[in-house]
Design a protein around this ligand. Sequence first.
Ligand code: NAI
Ligand code: MG
Length: 355
Amino acid sequence: MTFNIAVIPGDGIGPEVTKQALLVLEKIGKVYGHSFNFIEALAGGCAYDLKGTPLPQETIDICKNSDSVILGAVGGPKWDNLPGNLRPEKGLLQIRKELGLYANIRPAVLFSPLKEACPLKPQLIEGGFDICVVRELTGGMYFGEKGRKESDMGEAAYDTELYSVKEVERIAKKAFEIARKRGSKVTNIDKMNVLESSRLWREVVNKTHEEYPDVTLNHLLVDNAAMQLIRDPKQFDVVVTTNMFGDILSDEASMLTGSIGMLPSASLGEGKFGLYEPIHGSAPDIAGQDKANPLATILSVAMMLRYSFDLEKEASSIEAAVQKVLTDGYRTGDIYNKGTKLVGTAEMGRLVVKN
Ligand code: NAI
Ligand code: MG
């Protein structure tokens, strides 16, 4: 099969880690007989420098005409003093919106060779864990009506948590679909004991579940869920939740894996199209030094193969190669500890390709 992929390397370490991910895809193409066409596009600070905007129309068009997008990272101190609408990060928010990407998928996987990087007690993580947070990305309190007004207590401000049945339905569907490709369990997280929006949320999740009888569903209140993530992370498979709860819980879950350099993500909308990126930023402190960990971006292309192209075998083979390289003791600086072998960005990529 042939796939057209928009490639947005971005700023800082973005181009370095993206390059390694593309080499991995090329190898997958050779081994499994697919062809990947890469179409490069500009976004972020580099786009501002060359085109005067962090997200040129040409980039949006390239993305819309592709089967999926891989993005490195954007931003850096060079552009920190630009006004909000010209900042590199704005390009990123805008691109997700332009492409209708309402589901943010963040797996938090503890690779067994990296056990020491997890802040939890060894007995809690025996055998590792593999959590996939499915966060609603374009609704809820971050997008609801907000403002300031006078109240009985003087000046006040408010934000509104608003969810429509349609919004909940589509994110719940995504979670159930993803669960089918994994352990087949979904935990819904809300605050239905207090919030009306959460009561609607839970009703719709339950109703949507009727179409997925093969997937197990349970519910947790968000405060309990925050505690359970630390107490017993292994109980979770797929987690579905609102924009705000997902923002907080996905950061909590990601820290359990130790390094930001290991964590991929996907933003999905209707259909198979998706935007894939590491969760880390442009790491200006190590940019251009061959120090960045490319595994988060490499694991992001594995997600692309799984979610956008239905190439499960190919995706798993990338994950297995990453596991093998770590088991063999190779580490970039962010995950290095005594007794392991320190390698640079390019060498880490080469080892994954080889495996
Ligand atoms: P950051 O994620 O870029 O870096 C935080 C720390 O983690 C740094 O010490 C960095 O060296 C390290 N680090 C990050 N990725 C790494 C990797 N792959 N390998 C090894 N070490 C890694 O976050 P920071 O410093 O807050 O932001 C830097 C710039 O990136 C800012 O301009 C920020 O706005 C932008 N940013 C962009 C994001 C994106 O494009 N999705 C997300 C987060 C931040
Ligand atoms: Mg956040």
